[in-house]
Design a protein around this ligand. Sequence first.
Ligand code: NCD
Length: 310
Amino acid sequence: MPTPQFSDFVSIRDFSKDQIISILRRAAQMVPYASGEKRTDAMRGRILGTLFYEPSTRTRLSFESAMLRLGGSVTGFSTPAGTSVEKGETLSDTVRMTEAYTDALVIRHPLEGAARLAADISSKPVINAGDGAGQHPTQTILDLFTIQEAKGRIEGLNIVLVGDLRFGRTVHSLAEALSLFGANITLIAPPSLQMPRDVIAQIESNGVKPKTSASLEEAVADADILYVTRIQKERFADAAEYAKLSGSYRIDTKLLAHARSTLSVMHPLPRVNEIAPEVDRTEHSLYFKQAANGVPVRMAILSMILGAEI
Ligand code: NCD
């Protein structure tokens, strides 16, 4: 059995640019296996545990699909309802038990730091599938993979991140990774939903000074990528505050008339009302391809974390 190339996948900060590049390379090799065109049994007899304390469609299903395409099996829960969590079991006890039933754990939890706690407790690899308003590092790898595939590079691209930059975990890990690759970053968010200071500090320590803009029209004009996020309703203590901010941005063909013909629109999905359905039919839309890339990217991460040769 080849040696695992890393032991957990909790934060993008734990990875160097070279490590990320090697995951992206492995993901490219996984594409024909992800589509079923080629077959592998590399992970036969290995079991992935999926602990989802928060809703998920793409992340959970693409992890499951990735493990199955590698010839492995999956067990787990998609909601804590019906598990011992309802009886008051702690996260650490659930992790202690489920690691005994599996070879690796994927965890999504509403609390920031939950995946780190799980990784500290578990002797098996733990993958963070989203920890509250913290990070979503495997989404970041698939975002980078999608950008690289569409544009042939990441360095020097003008990338605009718009929406809920405060609570949106995908943009936290993505912005940090983009700065490692030397992309130009522009941030657009309502005043109360700005990018957290620690993320900005990390971006700057990687040598990138992010710009902020109040005008989507202006920022879109010379952008290569427009990365749109949902206002994270579940993180608001005050429903009225959410209602006030929920319609802050809408990407439609009228706005995209200001853009380069080569601008790509990305979104981790689910979208609510941030991207008009009419955009789906334009050359700009990259978000469904982006979501599909979850399978090869997660195959790469699983095979590298479990030390499987393909
Ligand atoms: C995101 C998440 O859960 O952070 N979804 C995803 O995993 N693709 C984005 C979101 O919920 O807005």
